[in-house]
Design a protein around this ligand. Structure first.
Ligand SMILES: Nc1ncnc2c1ncn2[C@@H]1O[C@H](COP(=O)(O)OP(=O)(O)OP(=O)(O)O)[C@@H](O)[C@H]1O
Ligand SMILES: [Mg+2]
Length: 266
């Protein structure tokens, strides 16, 4: 099975700080992979490299075997990569529906005259986008809230809305940065189901998450980062019992407790 994402030898530096050191990861087409690691390990930097926010000092980022390094961010969106943000970034002056529709900006782009005169082609496109937005409202369980201001929603639903907006771009690869942060256990479970449903639509997923249970339940492959370096990678079961991972998270004294906790959670 081929990979949708293949990162090799990526190093990122911010002044003297090495945020990623020879980083690598593969995400299988249709798969769900995870990146975990302590605070400041370099996880969000991985997403910023994939989306072109930062340019790596060295290395390669292939999406569907096409090199992304060096391309500007707006160009990378055409590669069907979408993301959500660790700190929610919704448009506060827009409704839930409008926020989802804003994800279609890229599909509207480049047809200036047709849009200016609202030609039939544009009307047809707008209708299609409206229909897709309605489908996504339903898919993400947000219909009830469609006319409400986005930021009036509870935190958990705002995170789902960010995902709906990302899906509006027709991604092949979806990057989720701590999607379960701040959610209660019921919201986390609902989100877990949503992520599975997205995956069944043949959208590959790379997720960053601190909640071990969430990661272990969803991911087929996990990469562990510490101080910018990959310290472990493999199946959830292999990661749970990896001593370097346990030490990176908690220090060696509490290893046994941690293994028990991870095993209970999974
Ligand atoms: N634009 C930047 N300029 C300078 N340093 C940065 C920048 N972005 C990230 N860093 C640093 O790079 C390191 C990795 O940051 P990153 O945000 O990728 O960590 P993270 O694993 O996502 O952490 P968290 O779990 O807290 O979200 C940190 O030390 C951070 O301070
Ligand atoms: Mg982060």
């Amino acid at each position: 099975m081929s990979n949708i994402l293949s990162i090799t030898n990526v190093t990122v530096k911010f002044g003297g700080l090495v945020a990623l050191n020879n980083f690598h990861i593969n995400v299988r087409k249709g798969g769900i992979s995870g990146v975990i690691g302590p605070n400041g390990a370099g996880k969000t930097t991985v997403f910023n490299i994939i989306t072109g926010v930062y340019r790596p000092f060295s290395g390669s980022v292939l999406i569907d075997n096409k090199e992304l390094v060096g391309l500007p961010t707006h160009f990378i969106a055409h590669y069907h990569v979408a993301r959500t943000f660790q700190n929610i970034r919704l448009f506060s002056n827009m409704t839930v529906s409008e926020n989802i529709l804003s994800g279609a900006a890229i599909e509207r782009e480049g047809d200036f005259f047709s849009s200016l005169f609202f030609l039939p082609k544009t009307r047809k496109k707008e209708k299609e986008l409206q229909k897709k937005m309605e489908e996504l409202l339903h898919f993400c369980g947000l219909e009830k809230f469609k006319d409400l201001p986005a930021t009036s929603l509870p935190y958990g639903l705002q995170r789902k809305l960010e995902i709906a907006r990302a899906l509006m771009t027709n991604p092949k690869l979806l990057l989720l940065d701590e999607p379960a942060a701040g959610m209660n256990p019921t919201e986390k479970l609902a989100l877990q189901e949503l992520v599975k449903k997205i995956s069944k639509q043949n959208i590959s997923i790379l997720l960053i998450e601190h909640d071990m249970k969430f990661v272990m339940n969803l991911c087929e492959h996990i990469t562990v980062l510490n101080y910018g370096s990959v310290i472990a990678e493999g199946l959830p079961k292999e990661i749970q019992t990896n001593h370097e991972v346990i030490e990176a998270y908690l220090g060696s004294d509490v290893e046994d407790d941690f293994i028990v906790k991870m095993e209970k959670e999974s």
